[in-house]
Write a new protein. Structure first.
Length: 255
C-alpha cells in the first residue's frame, strides 16, 4: 500500500490522482495531511498541490463525465465522508477505464452508488443553508451569519447569496471548519479568522447594531403572538424545519 497525503483541497486531491497515474503507485491510499500523523504503520508521501496537474485531470474528467459529472465528484468530496478520496479515486479509475460509458449511471458499482447518495445529501444541506441562514447586522455595517453545516457546503452557497444580496456587505462563517466567505459589494473572498463564539451568541453583545437587536426582539414577539398554540403541530414543524436548524432562526432565539 502506498500512502499519499494532500492539503485537503479538491485541487490537491486531483493532483494526487495525477501523481498516481504518472508514477503508477501501487495500491494507493489517499489521506488528508491532518490525518497523516495518526498513521503509525507507514510514512505518507506528501503531494504538493499543483494547479496545472489538477486542471489536466479535471479537463480529462470533464470530457468524459461532462459538467454534471464533475458536480457529482465535487459534492461527494465536500461531504468529508471518511475515505471519500479512495471512493472517488475508484470512480475516476472506472471512468478512465470505460471512456465510452456513462459510468455515473451504473449504480451496480458500489463506489458510484456511494458518491451518488453522498451528492444527494450534500445537495439537501446546501438548499437548507440557503433557506435557513439568517444575517445579523453588526455595528460596522456588515451583515453576519454563522453556520455549522454537516457538510462543507459554504462554497456552494456563495452564488445564491451574492445574487440575492448584491447591495450589502456580508460575511458567512463556518464555525466547524473555521473559515468564511466575505462579500464587499464587488468581490468574494475566502477568509480565516478567530471568532469569540460565545460573544456572538449573546444578543446583548456590543458587536450587534442597536437596530439589529430591536429588530430581533420585534420579530420574536411577532412570531410569539401569531403562533396559535391550539394548532401547534410539533411533529409537522420538525419535518419542515429540523431542530438542528433552529439555531439559525431569529424567531427561535430568546431574549
Amino acid at each position: 500500500m502506498t500512502l499519499l497525503s494532500y492539503d485537503s483541497t479538491f485541487e490537491g486531491f486531483l493532483t494526487v490522482v495525477f501523481e498516481i497515474f504518472e508514477f503508477k503507485y501501487q495500491q494507493p491510499k489517499i489521506i488528508r495531511s491532518n490525518d497523516a500523523q495518526q498513521n503509525l504503520f507507514a510514512e505518507p508521501i506528501e503531494i504538493i498541490t499543483d494547479d496545472e496537474k489538477a486542471d489536466r485531470v479535471l479537463k480529462k474528467l470533464k470530457g468524459q463525465l461532462e459538467a454534471d459529472g464533475i458536480r457529482v465528484l465535487i459534492y461527494a468530496f465536500l461531504s468529508e465522508n471518511e475515505g471519500i478520496e479512495d471512493i472517488l479515486f475508484d470512480v475516476i479509475q472506472y471512468a478512465i477505464a470505460n471512456p465510452a460509458k456513462n459510468i455515473l449511471k451504473d449504480f451496480s458499482n458500489d463506489a458510484v452508488l456511494q458518491i451518488t447518495q453522498l451528492t444527494k445529501s450534500v445537495g439537501r444541506e446546501k438548499h437548507r443553508m440557503e433557506a435557513f441562514i439568517r444575517f445579523e447586522l453588526l455595528k460596522d455595517g456588515i451583515y453576519f451569519a454563522k453556520i455549522d453545516p454537516d457538510f462543507d457546503v459554504l462554497t456552494l452557497i456563495i452564488r445564491h447569496f451574492k445574487n440575492r444580496y448584491q447591495d450589502q456587505k456580508w460575511l458567512i462563517y463556518d464555525l466547524r471548519r473555521k473559515y468564511g466567505v466575505y462579500y464587499d459589494l464587488k468581490n468574494i473572498e475566502i477568509i480565516t479568522m478567530d471568532l469569540d463564539i460565545k460573544s456572538l451568541g449573546d444578543n446583548k453583545n456590543q458587536v450587534f447594531s442597536d437596530i439589529e437587536i430591536e429588530y430581533q426582539k420585534l420579530w420574536a414577539e411577532y412570531f410569539d403572538h401569531t403562533n396559535i398554540k391550539e394548532r401547534k403541530n410539533k411533529k409537522l414543524h420538525l419535518q419542515h424545519v429540523p431542530k438542528r436548524y433552529w439555531k439559525y432562526l431569529t424567531e427561535k432565539k430568546s431574549f
